[in-house]
Design a binder for this molecule. Structure first.
Ligand SMILES: [Zn+2]
Length: 145
C-alpha cells in the first residue's frame, strides 16, 4: 500500500528525474529513505554521461546501500524511484538487502510513453557444459580441503 508519506518521497524521485533532463541526462531518478523516513542518498540516470550501461539510479543506490548500510538498516530502508526498476537493477536491489521499493511509473506505462524502453532482445545462453572442470574453482573456494 502506498501512503501519502510514500507519495511525498515519490514526488522527490520524480523531481530528480526532471532535474536529470535539465542536465542532459535521461529522465530517471531515485532515492533511498531510511527507517525514519530521512533521505539517505539520491541518484539519477547517468548512462550517457558516464558511457556506462549500468549507471541506472536504482543500481547505483543498491550498490551504495550494500556498501554503506548495515543489514538491519538496509532491510528497513525504502527505495523510491520514478520508474519500476529494470531486471538489471532488480537483481542488484535483491542483493543489496533493501527492504522495499516504491515506484511511480510501471514498466508497461513507461513503454507506452517510450516504446524504445521495452525494445530489448533476448540473448541466447548455451549451457551447462564442462561440469567437472567448471566445478573445480567452486570447490576450491567453498570446500577447501
Ligand atoms: Zn535499471
Amino acid at each position: 500500500m502506498i501512503t501519502s508519506g510514500d507519495e511525498t518521497l515519490l514526488r522527490r524521485a520524480i523531481s530528480i528525474a526532471a532535474h536529470a533532463v535539465t542536465l542532459g541526462d535521461a529522465p530517471y531518478g531515485s532515492l533511498l529513505a531510511g527507517p525514519d523516513g530521512a533521505i539517505l542518498a539520491e541518484a539519477h540516470n547517468t548512462v550517457r554521461r558516464d558511457n556506462d550501461i549500468t549507471a541506472h539510479p536504482e543500481l547505483k543506490l543498491a550498490r551504495w546501500a550494500a556498501r554503506e548500510l548495515d543489514l538491519d538498516t538496509a532491510a528497513r530502508t525504502t527505495m523510491y524511484t520514478s520508474c519500476q526498476p529494470c531486471g538489471m537493477c532488480g537483481g542488484g536491489i535483491v542483493r543489496s538487502g533493501l527492504g522495499r521499493v516504491v515506484y511511480a511509473l510501471a514498466t508497461e506505462q513507461l513503454v507506452e510513453l517510450n516504446p524504445q524502453s521495452g525494445d530489448w532482445p533476448t540473448v541466447p545462453q548455451d549451457g551447462p557444459a564442462l561440469f567437472d572442470e567448471a566445478r573445480a574453482p567452486i570447490d576450491a573456494y567453498y570446500r577447501p580441503s
